[in-house]
Design a binder for this molecule. Structure first.
Ligand SMILES: [Zn+2]
Length: 161
C-alpha cells in the first residue's frame, strides 16, 4: 500500500480536527506502540522492536532535538505500518544515522521516509500554506519540522527547486 495513502488515512481517523503540529508519539501510543526515550549508541537515530506476544516499542534518542525525535518517531511508525502490511510477528529494525541517506534504495526505508513526510507534513496542508506565500521557515514551524525537512518536502512536492 502507498505510504502516502496509509499516512493520510491514519491522520484522517486519528488526528481529525486536532491542532497541528501532529504529535507522532501520541499517534504511536494510540496505535498500541510503546514509545521510549532513552540513551542510544551515537550512531543510532531510532529503532522499532517487536517481540512475539508483546507490544511493539519505538526507541528514540533522548539527546536528539525535539524536531529530530518527532521525525524519528514518525519514521519508525512508517516501519511499523510497513511490517503490518507484510505480516511480521517478530522483528527488530534499527536505524543507523550513517545509513539514513545511503539506504535510499531500500524499499522499506523509502516507505518509512515517505510515510513520515506525509504524517508530519500532509501534502494538502503544505500546498495550501505554500500557495498563501508563507516562507519555508514558517511552514517548518507550523509542522514542527526542521528547515531541511520542509525544504526537502517542498522539493518533493515540486513546490520549490
Ligand atoms: Zn528506517
Amino acid at each position: 500500500m502507498n505510504p502516502d495513502t496509509v499516512a493520510s488515512e491514519l491522520l484522517a481517523t486519528m488526528w481529525n480536527g486536532r491542532p497541528l503540529p501532529v504529535d507522532p508519539v501520541q499517534i504511536a501510543r494510540e496505535l498500541g506502540i510503546d514509545v521510549v526515550e532513552t540513551a542510544l549508541p551515537d550512531n543510532v537515530s531510532g529503532a522499532l522492536i517487536k517481540d512475539e506476544g508483546k507490544d511493539p516499542v519505538i526507541l528514540l534518542c533522548n539527546s536528539d532535538s525535539k524536531n529530530r525525535k518527532r521525525f524519528s518517531c514518525a519514521h519508525e511508525i512508517g516501519h511499523y505500518a510497513y511490517r503490518l502490511a507484510t505480516n511480521g510477528a517478530h522483528y527488530e529494525y534499527i536505524d543507523f544515522r550513517s545509513e539514513f541517506s545511503s539506504k535510499g534504495n531500500d524499499p522499506e526505508e523509502i516507505y518509512a521516509n515517505q510515510f513520515a513526510a506525509e504524517l508530519l507534513m500532509p501534502a494538502k496542508e503544505v500546498r495550501s500554506l505554500y500557495n498563501q506565500g508563507l516562507p519555508a521557515f514558517l511552514i517548518a514551524q507550523h509542522f514542527g519540522v526542521s528547515d531541511d525537512a520542509i525544504r526537502f518536502r517542498l522539493k518533493n512536492l515540486s513546490l520549490a527547486s
